[in-house]
Design a protein around this ligand. Structure first.
Ligand SMILES: [Zn+2]
Length: 138
């Protein structure tokens, strides 16, 4: 168990990933995550912080030391842990989620968001149609 306030202060370097340096799907820079896990001051995205928190927790770091290292509230780390370390990446324009965010904020959705939302709806309708109506040769 790691008891130091900085989990990276023991002899062994902590690794975020031994195969990848970047996750394009989740937008995670493993090199940055690894540097923070080892005590370097690097700005991380929220998703990267949650990834670092999960890895540090798995290595026995306390919630307090994780929160200190990542500069987040202990309550935030506790919540991440309780929800299986899932952090929603902030929505970006061009995603259906962002279309809903625009509407929620009372903004006029931009073209990219409208297109993404329309495409999602079209796919949902097509999927629904496929499961509710039998095909011609069924
Ligand atoms: Zn938009």
């Amino acid at each position: 168990m790691i008891t130091a306030s900085r989990p990276g202060t023991d002899r062994h370097r902590l690794y975020a990933s031994t195969t990848d340096t970047y996750d394009t799907d989740l937008d995670i820079d493993y090199v940055a995550v690894e540097r923070v896990m080892n005590g370097d001051l690097v700005a991380l995205t929220l998703t990267e912080k949650a990834m670092a928190a999960r890895l540090l927790d798995a290595r026995g770091a306390s919630i307090r030391s994780i929160a200190t290292l990542l500069d987040v509230d202990k309550a935030t780390v506790t919540r991440w842990k309780a929800t299986g370390w899932q952090v929603k990446r902030p929505a970006r324009c061009g995603e259906p989620r962002m279309y809903r965010r625009h509407v929620y904020r009372g903004e006029t959705p931009c073209r990219r968001c409208r297109d993404a939302f329309t495409a999602e709806r079209r796919n949902e309708r097509a999927a629904k149609k496929q499961t509710t109506t039998p095909g011609r040769d069924a």
